[in-house]
Write a protein that binds this ligand. Structure first.
Ligand SMILES: [Zn+2]
Ligand SMILES: [Zn+2]
Length: 70
C-alpha cells in the first residue's frame, strides 16, 4: 500500500501505518503518532474504559481535527 498523501502529490512512498480514524495509509513522514487519552465511546474504539493513554496513529488532518476539538 502506498502513502495516500504522497500518492496525491505524485510520489509512491510505501506506507508503514494507517490512520485509525479515516483509514488513510501513511508513510513515516505523514503519520502523526499521538498519545491521547481514551476518547469517549467514539468509533473505532472499544466502548470499555481504558485507563491508559494509548499510542495512536493518525494522519495530520485527523490529528488537527481531534486536537482542535479538545
Ligand atoms: Zn507520505
Ligand atoms: Zn485520518
Amino acid at each position: 500500500m502506498k502513502c495516500y498523501v504522497c500518492e496525491k502529490s505524485g510520489n509512491a512512498t510505501e506506507a508503514i501505518a494507517v490512520c485509525i480514524v479515516c483509514g488513510m495509509a501513511l508513510c513515516k513522514d505523514h503519520l502523526v503518532r499521538a498519545d491521547i487519552d481514551m476518547w469517549e465511546g467514539g468509533y473505532p474504539f472499544p466502548p470499555s474504559k481504558l485507563k491508559k493513554k494509548l499510542p495512536r496513529i493518525l494522519c495530520k488532518e485527523c490529528y488537527d481535527a481531534l486536537i482542535t476539538q479538545r
